[in-house]
Design a protein around this ligand. Structure first.
Ligand code: ADP
Length: 270
């Protein structure tokens, strides 16, 4: 009973010069839930029409219209924009999924980050070769983290893609996955543009970008770091960002030690 609590506290606190404020957060939580559900529903509804539009565009592009010098380029532009909308919808759905609840232990398994990084580096091989990055990897192959596969895939993918997007050619990118006394750390350090201190506080907010035009041009949805932050916090971990303008940035995902798993012996042995 808040009234009773207030009564009980009044005299001692009045003497101490303190003020107690009670606020009912039930309504705020409810509104937040409504907002999350709405975004998830809209994104879900947009999925099917986008798939249909993209399918027809692909069929048109494969036919004679695709080769038409006037219509072809316009069709390709439409296809490009449809792809962008699809990435946005997928990112919104991912964010809705990971914002909604803590990780479910029944859906968790040991995720070997080193293998995940290697898979993505293979996907990004062309970009790495074109931009001639010097990649330095210090990855413990036997160290796993007990988590949902999609969450860890989002963390690794977004941090690697950002490092590649915001780092000019011929520079260094360092990727680390290791166990330290204070926890498990996955970090990606680039030697790119860096982020000014005035932006650092807000960089993980949805759709916050330092340079909107540039991010769009590079194919970003503006949701990547929001996804990374929420995916890490589902495991009581946290995202640490260190950056200096013009010098580069380091993004570190830190997880509690109790999530550490090691590879079964028969998988380690050759
Ligand atoms: P985007 O899809 O725009 O990359 P993110 O949420 O992943 O969205 O990142 C938000 C913004 O943070 C980016 O638009 C960019 O301005 C900045 N940013 C992210 N990663 C880096 C990085 N490694 N170096 C410099 N700036 C970065």
């Amino acid at each position: 009973d808040p009234q009773q609590t207030l009564e009980g506290l009044r005299y001692p606190l009045a003497d101490a010069g303190a003020l107690v404020i009670f606020r009912d957060v039930t309504r705020i939580r409810h509104l937040e839930q409504v907002r999350q559900d709405f975004v998830a529903n809209v994104s879900h509804e947009l999925r099917s029409p986008l798939t249909v539009v993209r399918g027809f565009l692909e069929t048109l592009l494969d036919g004679p219209l695709g080769a038409d010098p006037e219509v072809g380029p316009q069709l390709r532009l439409m296809e490009q924009q449809t792809l962008r909308m699809q990435s946005l919808v997928e990112d919104l759905l991912t964010l809705a999924r990971i914002e909604a609840a803590q990780a479910n232990p029944e859906e968790c398994e040991p995720i070997f980050i080193a293998a995940l990084v290697e898979d993505y580096l293979r996907v990004l091989a062309d970009a790495i070769a074109t931009k001639k990055f010097a990649l330095i990897c210090r990855l413990d192959p036997d160290l796993g983290v007990f988590a949902q596969p999609l969450d860890m895939a989002s963390v690794v993918r977004n941090l690697l893609e950002n490092a590649m997007k915001y780092t000019p050619s011929d520079r260094k990118i360092e990727i680390v996955w290791e166990k330290r006394p204070e926890g498990l750390v996955f970090s990606v350090r680039d030697s790119g543009d860096g982020i000014g201190p005035e932006h650092l506080q807000r960089i993980t907010e949805r759709f916050y970008r330092v340079d909107k035009g540039r991010s769009r041009q590079l194919g970003g949805t503006g949701l990547g770091l929001a996804i990374v932050k929420h995916a890490i916090e589902r495991y009581n971990g946290h995202l640490e960002i260190e950056s200096r303008l013009g010098m580069g940035s380091r993004f570190s995902a830190r997880f509690p030690l109790r999530l550490a798993r090691s590879a079964p012996a028969d998988e380690i042995l050759p």
